[in-house]
Design a protein around this ligand. Structure first.
Ligand code: F6R
Length: 250
């Protein structure tokens, strides 16, 4: 583990190894606090974390029955049952494999009108305190779908995805003509209220992003930079994502 500013950074050649560390961190927390509240991310990055979490939870007999979850975001314009929705992603990669109580699982809903869905999600969030928030990071520095320029005091809102995010996301969609351009996302202020943040990144396409996160200034044009003000941040990187960090000696 290396400490740079307030960031506790774990780096390994293998991303699977750092995912295992992050998974164990979550499990150890749930062992101490079985009714923990966990903030969840989607996308490519957390897949390895969820795989490891499922395996370790089974091996170590950890129950998720009392765990409450809040996902960071959900696309707008998709059916909740669409295979491209984050709802379906979460079932596939995590929820269906462990003993989650479906009443304690929360994602922004796509069922009612957007304003109502936003208000409902904010209300639910305000009734809970997230103990651990899992984050990936967009190549433009977004966390959740808080794109560059989003106010640091933002709450749950409807986000317009930037061209670069839509471009990055196209590999995940079967129908590339219908890639969502908007999402309901937790705001930056909601994310910053979490007790502990676990941010994961892998691959050389995140190298520049991680360098900016660690070496750059705090600015709304790079949303993840606000994490420098959070008291407890763990960052899990593979070698490729970490290579450009100037303050690290390899
Ligand atoms: C997903 C999310 C996004 C992703 C980010 C990185 O719930 O909130 O911020 O974490 O776009 O995505 P991947 O991991 O696909 O590179």
């Amino acid at each position: 583990m290396k400490k740079i500013g307030n960031f506790n950074i774990f780096i390994d050649k293998s991303f699977d190894s750092v995912c295992e560390l992050a998974a164990q961190e979550i499990l150890d927390f749930i062992k101490k606090k079985p009714n923990a509240v966990i903030g969840l991310a989607t996308g490519n990055t957390p897949k390895g974390l969820y795989k490891s979490l499922v395996k370790k939870a089974k091996e170590q007999n950890v129950s998720f029955k009392q765990v409450t979850t809040f996902n960071l975001d959900e696309y707008v314009g998709l059916d909740e049952k669409s295979s491209d929705s984050y709802n379906v992603y979460m079932q596939k990669h995590l929820f269906q494999h462990l003993d989650f109580d479906e009443n304690r699982i929360h994602l922004p809903s796509l069922s009612k009108d957007i304003e109502q869905n936003i208000d409902d999600y904010q209300k639910l969030l305000s009734e809970h305190k997230i103990d651990i928030q899992i984050l990936g990071i967009g190549s433009n520095g977004h966390i959740g779908f808080n794109e560059p320029g989003t106010k640091f005091d933002s709450k749950v809102h409807l986000a317009d995805l930037t061209e670069s995010t839509i471009y990055d996301n196209q590999i995940y969609f079967k129908d590339t003509n219908n890639i969502p351009k908007q999402a309901i996302t937790m705001g930056i202020d909601d994310i910053m209220k979490a007790g502990k943040i676990l941010l994961l990144a892998s691959g050389s396409n995140k190298r520049k992003t991680i360098k900016t996160l660690i070496d750059g200034q705090i600015t709304e044009s790079f949303p993840a930079s606000i994490l420098k003000k959070h008291p407890l941040v763990y960052i899990y990187l593979d070698h490729h994502a970490a290579l450009d960090i100037s303050t690290l000696q390899f």
